[in-house]
Design a protein around this ligand. Structure first.
Ligand code: SAM
Ligand code: DTB
Ligand code: SF4
Length: 325
């Protein structure tokens, strides 16, 4: 399958606005070739350090610039986090993602603890993903040495719309962290959010930047805004589920081999809308009843959803090493 890194925004906009039935057909053709077994990866998420973040991302309840009622918390120690990772593994997850509400990684004890967590999650036989803001070259190298499978750092929206959503950092800074992570040999998890008041052109432009990364990000989370009271975007109208289907389908066509993760916003989706997303190319979901601070469907409900769709859950990557903790 040919992978392209030269998609143009008009080409992408043409895909996004195809008649839906035609877009579904094209995305399906790509998806069936790339993932014939319709295997879906289950990724569990834990917020290790919550709230009090210096950045002003308009969608985020964890920013200290907003008045959402998220309470600041960072009381997870290494053993506590690894206990949660073990529970996730026992519940069937293949990947464990850990979040820190930071502008950039803090050196010292918190970073040493992060490295311990990464080693522990890997020893449990799970993929380990971290999202913690900007990363220096040496931090990226140390994370790679600890065995980190992927680093999540989203571009969130188009370069053109970025300034309307975040003023405390630039798109360029985001791209530079992505390059340092990749340079260290860590896989990239990089995607965005729809429902931030962006135009169709902005959606195409975000996908243009993502699909022109070479190689493509190994995973691409597609989030629908969870409009949290107290954030500047609290009154944004809900995303049309069919727009999410279009976004997932287009991401699949542009980045055939990447894992496209149907991320935040599933609580607001019907089973049928989620199944359409699985049909057009989503091959991963967040698994567990909370995302970072907001609700996600229960594991029980998601198992039923995947069974109803008839897709297969991916096998766990490797057996846990006995005494690995
Ligand atoms: N602080 C780090 C950063 O921004 O990279 C890591 C944590 S941050 C919460 C991770 C991602 O969560 C953001 O990039 C954004 O895509 C997503 N996110 C945060 N709040 C959201 C919301 N209300 N709805 C949808 N996605 C959201
Ligand atoms: C991503 O793209 N979505 C996840 C994960 N990466 C870190 C986070 C979603 C957060 C939704 C809002 C919340 O729960 O605070
Ligand atoms: Fe901070 Fe990340 Fe939230 Fe932005 S998205 S306010 S950087 S935690």
């Amino acid at each position: 399958m040919m992978l392209r890194h030269d998609w143009t925004t008009p080409e992408i906009q043409a895909l996004l606005t195809l008649p839906l039935v035609e877009l579904i057909w094209q995305a399906q053709s790509v998806h069936r070739l790339a993932n014939p077994g319709y295997e879906v990866q289950l990724a569990s998420l834990l917020s290790v350090k919550t709230g009090g973040c210096e950045e002003d991302c308009a969608y985020c309840p964890q920013s200290l610039h907003h008045s959402s009622d998220v309470t600041d918390r960072s009381d997870f120690d290494v053993a506590g986090v690894l206990g949660r990772a073990l529970e996730a593994r026992q519940a069937g997850a293949q990947r464990f993602c850990m979040g820190w509400a930071w502008r950039e990684i803090r050196e010292g004890a918190p970073f040493e603890a992060m490295l311990e967590m990464v080693r522990g999650v890997r020893a449990l036989g799970l993929e380990a993903c971290v999202t913690a803001g900007m990363v220096t070259e040496s931090q990226a190298v140390r994370l790679a040495e600890a065995g980190l499978s992927a680093y999540n750092h989203n571009l969130d929206t188009s370069p053109e719309h970025y300034g309307a959503i975040i003023t405390t950092r630039s798109y360029q800074e985001r791209l530079e962290t992505l390059a340092r992570v990749r340079q260290a040999g860590i896989a990239l998890c990089c995607g965005g959010i729809i429902g931030l008041g962006e135009s169709g052109h902005d959606r195409a432009s975000l996908l243009q930047v993502l699909s022109n990364l070479d190689p493509h990000p190994e995973s691409v989370p597609i989030n629908a805004l969870v409009a949290v009271p107290g954030t500047p975007l609290e009154d944004c109208p809900p995303v049309d589920p069919l727009d999410l289907v279009r976004m997932v389908a287009t991401a699949r066509i542009l980045m055939p081999k990447s894992r496209v993760r149907l991320s935040a916003g599933r609580e607001q989706l019907t089973r049928e809308a989620q199944i359409l997303c699985l049909l057009v190319g989503a091959d991963s979901i967040f698994y567990g009843d909370t995302l970072l601070t907001t609700a996600n469907p229960s594991q029980h409900k998601d198992r039923a959803l995947l069974a109803a769709a008839g897709v297969r859950v991916m096998e766990q990557p490797m057996p846990a090493i006995p005494g690995g903790l």
